[in-house]
Design a protein around this ligand. Structure first.
Ligand code: 4AD
Ligand code: MG
Length: 445
């Protein structure tokens, strides 16, 4: 057998005999010619079976192939600008074909299917071209996150999934029975990373996090992946400066490495090219004013209702959407009301009703993709907040300890992978950005 190659590298093999292992995506017959669209995981390309070039039994075997049948095809790589699939245009002129398995009638056909049907068949849906492109983009986002952090001396630390207390509020906890005790699935790894920075300086954790979100929106999942960097000796300004460098790098990596996937998704990449530092920085108070103005100017009564917001409330999706439509790159909104945010955020100097928090909102209406803050560094204030939030002080004894031994200003944030990928891919709902999404109404397959 000739060299087994990946479709994504096919341009390197023009004029050579190669072997491709994959599945039949689609086919067309034209008498003595069969055009097989073959996908191998790295891409899709055309294999041409010409009756004159292959033995009769091979040509007949080609005709038996149904959608998603597994096959191994050998042939000569040729340039053909009109061939679909690989950018640049290449095809394989087949010399041999082995059928590995003839697939049963495949439930997902090129016709339109409802999203519930597709989600029920997610194990098959991930083979579809758009889903393939989205999930390839996701892998690049995740790798870019790690590459940037690793090359800037952040150390990856694993943080626990089973936790004794809430990190992000008690209303979205998943409870687990732990040999008769109650524990919770982690909503965040942040608190443990605050311990880790005192050993390693700059760290991050990267893994699944869990929220029993009762909200059924296009931005909420019950299990999602979060990347959480944490830095010692870093204040809110330092945090924003780091975040804008980091996010710009991720987007540029996607543009470089996933041009084909972005083209498959028909993503407007000019919007992504604009993602370079600095990002506009807007205070919560200014954001509120902007939203009130949009609200005052809209003639749409429903929109007016949705955009109602009083000082002290956190933004919902409609507010973020309206606000981010005014910008063409991600923005920072900082200085949220203390009562709207988690217990651990450092108060604004001289203005304790405001905290040193910052959300990054993606443009084009996507909204919050990262949330972070400077953390309280005083043990007494922290204990006071734990009481105010009705959290069990015994479970946070270790966390307060961190403020007793060498406490320093420190900051960090969490990036939601699914929301970030949805924005970069330009798709509507976060569920398609996770291979097997968990949402309010679904844990199958
Ligand atoms: O703003 P959040 O809740 O912040 C934290 O959990 C902090 N402990 C992070 C930190 O400072 N280390 O969540 C961070 C990000 C959000 O901006 C959003 O992108 C994503 O996580 N996220 C969700 N993504 C999908 N579904 C949900 N239910 C999400 N909740 C948060
Ligand atoms: Mg948040």
């Amino acid at each position: 057998m000739s060299n087994i190659v990946s479709i994504q590298n096919i341009a390197q093999y023009v004029g050579q005999e190669v072997t491709i292992q994959g599945w039949l995506y689609a086919r067309t017959d034209k008498g003595k010619l069969q055009f097989l669209q073959v996908r191998d995981g790295t891409g899709t390309m055309q294999a041409v079976l010409f009756r004159g070039n292959v033995p009769d039994e091979v040509f007949e075997a080609g005709k038996r192939l149904t959608q998603e049948s597994a096959l191994i095809v050998q042939g000569l790589v040729k340039e053909n600008p009109r061939a679909p699939g690989v950018p640049g245009g290449y095809e394989v002129d087949a010399t041999d074909l082995q059928v590995v398995q003839i697939a049963e009638e495949y439930p997902i056909t090129p016709k339109e299917h409802g999203v519930e049907f597709l989600l029920e068949n997610r194990h098959l849906w991930i083979r579809s071209r758009l889903q393939w492109a989205i999930l390839r983009l996701r892998a690049t986002v995740m790798r870019a996150c790690r590459d940037w952090l690793d090359s800037h001396d952040y150390l990856e630390m694993s943080t626990p999934i089973l936790t004794p207390a809430a990190g992000e509020g008690t209303s979205t906890l998943f409870e687990v029975d732990y040999f008769g005790d109650k524990v919770y699935l982690a909503q965040t790894g942040q608190l443990y990373n605050e311990a880790n920075i005192y050993s390693f300086g700059k760290v991050y954790c990267f893994g699944p996090t869990f929220r029993a979100e009762k909200s059924k929106t296009r931005r909420h999942m019950t299990e999602f992946w979060m990347l959480e960097p944490e830095m010692a000796f870093c204040d809110l300004d330092g945090l924003m400066a780091m975040e804008e460098e980091f996010m710009s790098y991720i987007v540029q990596r996607c543009l470089e490495e996933r041009a084909n996937e972005l083209a498959v998704l028909e993503r407007d990449t000019t919007a992504l090219q604009r993602v370079t530092p600095p990002f506009p920085r807007i205070s919560y108070d200014e954001a509120l004013e902007r939203i009130s103005k949009i609200r005052a100017e809209t003639g749409d009564e429903e929109q007016k209702e949705l955009l109602a917001l009083e000082w002290g409330q956190d933004f919902g999706s409609p507010h973020e959407t309206a606000l981010t439509q005014q910008f063409d790159k991600p923005i920072f909104v900082y200085g949220f009301p203390t009562i709207a945010k988690a217990f651990y955020m450092e108060p604004w100097p001289g203005r304790p009703e405001v905290c040193k928090s910052v959300d990054m909102l993606a443009p084009e209406g996507y909204g919050e993709i990262t949330g972070g803050s400077e953390r309280i560094s005083d043990p007494n204030l922290l204990l006071q907040r734990i009481h105010q939030h009705n959290l069990p002080p015994e479970a946070f004894k270790w966390y307060i300890d961190l403020r007793r031994y060498g406490s320093v200003p420190h900051s960090g944030f969490g990036l939601g992978v699914e929301r970030t990928v949805a924005w970069i891919a330009g798709i509507h709902h976060v569920r398609e950005t996770n291979p097997f999404p968990r949402t309010l109404g679904r844990v199958y397959p």
